[in-house]
Write a protein that binds this ligand. Sequence first.
Ligand SMILES: Cc1cc2nc3c(=O)[nH]c(=O)nc-3n(C[C@H](O)[C@H](O)[C@H](O)COP(=O)(O)OP(=O)(O)OC[C@H]3O[C@@H](n4cnc5c(N)ncnc54)[C@H](O)[C@@H]3O)c2cc1C
Length: 444
Amino acid sequence: MTYSGVPLGHEFESFVISLIQAGGRPPKISDEAKKRIESIEEKLDFTTFVSLSCVNCPETVSNLNLMAVLNENISSTIIEGSFNRKMAEENNILSVPKVFLNKEDFLSGRKSLDEILDKLTSLNKLESTPALEKNSSDELYDLLVIGQGPSGVSASIYAARKSLKTIMVGEVFGGQVLDTGSIENIIGNKIIEGPSYISGLKKHVEDYPIELASNVRAEKIEKVNEIFVTSLSNKRLIKSKTVIVATGASYRNLNIPGEKEFKGKGVSYCTHCDGPFFSGMDVAVIGGGNSGVEAAIDLSSNCRKVYLIQRSDKLSADEVLQERLKSKENVQILLNAVSEEIVGEKKVEKLIYKDKNTGEKKEINLSGIFVQIGLDPNTEFLNGLVEKNKLGEILVDESQMTSQKGLFAAGDCTNSKYKQIVISLGSGASAGLAAYDYIVRNGL
Ligand SMILES: Cc1cc2nc3c(=O)[nH]c(=O)nc-3n(C[C@H](O)[C@H](O)[C@H](O)COP(=O)(O)OP(=O)(O)OC[C@H]3O[C@@H](n4cnc5c(N)ncnc54)[C@H](O)[C@@H]3O)c2cc1C
């Protein structure tokens, strides 16, 4: 393992974990994953670009470092982008973590060990998993929890404390908290960093006999003879007496030409992760709510100029944030500006927008666009099964039950008025208790 740059900030965590593992402490991974890593005979040199303010980088780095510890054919080099500006520019790094394998583009973003191993398998550098998938068609769970954010964790713990046989599936453990820096409103903790909070949630859930299946999506739920049958993206079918949907919400896209094409090449959704790569440059933040205004304030300390683009005639962020924003001399607020297209050759070069006052199309030359226009609930896979509101949020009653008996929902994917961690923890707890009640009352 080689670090180029000082591994402070969020990278300090991956550095310490790697030191401990290099010192011989056994990693907490399955025997199967360990064997797969040890079986690699080809020489694999990973190079990962990171920023110290990125909360997603340490997981990818820790996993690659672990692979380097377990197999001497593997090496892991970590390049801190602001310390190695020239190297980052030469490799067109505008979004982190960004991983190269043997100098070729390998992957981007926060990746679990399984995702890295799967990617190696897809490149024929590793044999596929020998019948790892458990197609337990006969196993019947009391409860399936879908989503591993705060609401899913809380629901699972409450259910397990009532001795429900519980399985919890999800794409990535932690949910939106993965994108959060410091959290100052988890009552009882004056301030806590997102990654520390997630590691607390993980330890807590591991204290209970809850089966955890990560890196999988629930794709469909059907009710057959009062039993829920859920299909997962890894082809596993799960049968359960009750289900709690805790799938939260995801960043809303602009859905304009150029957005998809330039994702990671100047279009970003994470100021903490990617902001440092735009130091001294001109950027735009799209969205005038709290997250947009916070992002613009954050970027103004490093960037040459920040445009805050809002489609309506006023910002919707809290007054106190708006006041702070107005004190920043290098921020220009553009109201009534509708973003229409992102243009560039290899990376973002221009934003084209329509001025609603005049109908005129205008353009701004810039290097980065940070999209902060809110979140959409992750509920599409439930189409037709439960009632939702116009926003796609699942409608629930006072015990978190949906219109489908035995199917509960909690957290940001529901029509709860406020979306916060403590609220998700609370509604998850209610859903866990309600699932228990439902099983007892119906003699299931
Ligand atoms: C940048 C940012 C900062 C924030 N700061 C704060 C703060 O300071 N304080 C605060 O209280 N709140 C904050 N929030 C809000 C808070 O993070 C959310 O309210 C909370 O995480 C919601 O928890 P949840 O479990 O309902 O959903 P999520 O955290 O969204 O978790 C849902 C999980 O389900 C997974 N999933 C989705 N679809 C599927 C599927 N089909 N199958 C399997 N898994 C699926 C998702 O990948 C995700 O991991 C912030 C949010 C953001 C984005």
